[in-house]
Ligand binder design. Sequence first.
Ligand code: ADP
Ligand code: 5GP
Length: 188
Amino acid sequence: MSIGKIIVIVAPSGTGKSTLIKKIKDSVTSLVESVSYTTRPIRPGEVDGVAYNFIDKDTFLKMKENGEFLEWAEVHSNFYGTSKKFVESELEQGKHLLFDLDVQGTDSFKAYFKDKAQAIFIAPPSIEVLESRLRGRGTESTGIINLRLSNAKKEVLRKDDYDYCVKNEDLETAFNELKTIINNIIES
Ligand code: ADP
Ligand code: 5GP
């Protein structure tokens, strides 16, 4: 059986992580993305079960009590968790898995999987550019944008703590860099 790789993408909110992940999934078709559970409200255009499984807080807490999460974290006042069952079953089948996690989840993964998990930090060109992307996306209220921005200022300090760092200034350049890194991890 082939050995599946674990690739984690970590970035402050508004950096362009979801945009890059979508392009990577379209291009590197051997990757399977883990669909997390979250209590965050669904955004216009999101489909339940695709980017996330959207659940209420009580359901999340029950799943947590039942040990159903490989890791979980409170991020920007909502809960997010990775399904243990999904990860175990995909890894058993030798699939290459892609995770979209915050810094807490990425740290948990690195502690648990060690070098079996490779983490790639996506950095914004600057906090000012990140702020304009976050406001331009228009999916959150001003209060939530300010919370995400204040968390982003702390998270960018972690940019050199992971296995790779890609700056998302020009989208195509960042995409090509990310794709090369991911293909190298898969082929290693
Ligand atoms: P994240 O998932 O990191 O929170 P998104 O992928 O939703 O961020 O991107 C935030 C906003 O920035 C979106 O409107 C997206 O279209 C835009 N964006 C992403 N990457 C770039 C880029 N390289 N240049 C300009 N705008 C970008
Ligand atoms: P968003 O609400 O913008 O989709 O995601 C907010 C943050 O939560 C992002 O940094 C994203 O990577 C992170 N996140 C998404 N799913 C999980 C998860 O299952 N676990 C952890 N720890 N973070 C997650």
